[in-house]
Every structure is written in C-alpha cells, then in structure tokens.
Design a protein around this ligand. Structure first.
Ligand SMILES: [Zn+2]
Length: 93
C-alpha cells in the first residue's frame, strides 16, 4: 500500500539539478574554470534557468571582467563600473 511513497528515492535526483546554495557556492570555481565538465555544466544550467541566481552570476562575471581589465590595462573603464552598479541595483535582495 505504501509503495507509491518510494518516489522520489533519496539520492536519485539528477546531479545536474543543483540547489541555489550549491550553485552559488561553486560560482567562483565555475568562473575560474576549476570545475570538472559535469559540475561546470550543472552550475551553468542552474544559472541559466534560475532567475534568482542569474543576477548574482552576472555580477560576478562583470566583476571578474573588471579585475581582468584592471590587470590588462592601466586605464580604468568607468563604463564597467556603472554596469556593475546597475547589476547590484537590480538584485532582488
Ligand atoms: Zn538558483
């Protein structure tokens, strides 16, 4: 009678289905390219479909771009700073 309760079995969820916490915990490694292929894909897919996490991811990416630009060129780029502020202002929290 209780057979139907075997769904969903623990641990059988697709590994690519990350929670928001898991995705955000890995976002730095994701951006640095330190995750293996399946982990990288899992984070990417979560960020693509999760509207709550995406602004955060986008901000992190902008921030890293900004750091890279600072390292690559002495000249700062005020336009990028404005974009980062826009992303921050658009965050749900
Ligand atoms: Zn999420």
């Amino acid at each position: 009678m209780s057979e139907y309760r075997s769904w969903p079995p623990d641990g059988s969820r697709s590994e690519s289905e990350l929670s928001c916490e898991e995705a955000l915990a890995r976002v730095y490694e994701f951006l640095d390219g330190e995750l293996d292929a399946s982990q990288h894909d899992g984070v990417r897919r979560h960020l693509q479909k999760c509207r709550r996490c995406y602004p955060y991811f986008d901000f992190e990416r902008l921030f890293l771009d900004y750091i890279h630009e600072l390292g690559a060129a002495e000249e700062s780029s005020p336009g990028l700073e404005d974009r980062i502020r826009e992303v921050l202002a658009a965050q749900p929290d």
